[in-house]
Design a protein around this ligand. Structure first.
Ligand SMILES: [Zn+2]
Ligand SMILES: [Zn+2]
Length: 148
């Protein structure tokens, strides 16, 4: 899903749920809102921690399963290529990541040159390439500040 304004996104979310016969419950909306409002590509645990005060009956398991369901139907992406707990991305639009090796945050960026990266011939022969996402490693502004 492309990141538009919040209302539109919620509408799109509700539509996607309907399309896939997923019941729209307040919990599911809360999980979606939490991940959409977060700029941190949160883990299931982070989402759980953020909403369980408001929804004390929700279990970590439910949050995790819901996020996986969202990923299945294309509402969120799973961030790949890093160790540690699975992280979710509300931005399913083609974009790239820069990963802060200090605090473990992912930051989104767009870059046309990277979108157009040429896939080496030998890889193309061995694999069906279904997507391109560049992940850069670095140290974010915040971490740089606190280090100096
Ligand atoms: Zn950082
Ligand atoms: Zn992202």
């Amino acid at each position: 899903m492309q990141l538009q304004n919040k209302e539109e996104c919620l509408d799109a979310f509700i539509e996607k749920c309907r399309e896939h016969n997923l019941k729209i419950t307040p919990q599911r909306c809360a999980i979606y809102k939490e991940i959409f409002n977060s700029e941190e590509h949160p883990s299931a645990e982070a989402v759980y921690n953020a909403i369980h005060k408001e929804y004390p009956n929700i279990s970590y398991d439910t949050v995790n399963r819901t996020l996986l369901t969202f990923a299945d139907i294309g509402i969120v992406d799973i961030v790949r290529g890093q160790s540690g707990p699975r992280r979710f991305d509300p931005n399913t639009d083609g974009h790239h990541h820069i990963y802060c090796v200090n605090c473990g945050e992912f930051f989104d960026f767009y870059n046309e040159d990277y979108d157009n990266l040429k896939i080496p011939d030998d890889l193309q022969q061995k694999f069906d390439i279904i997507g391109k996402r560049v992940v850069l490693n670095g140290i974010c502004k915040q971490c740089k500040k606190s280090k100096s």
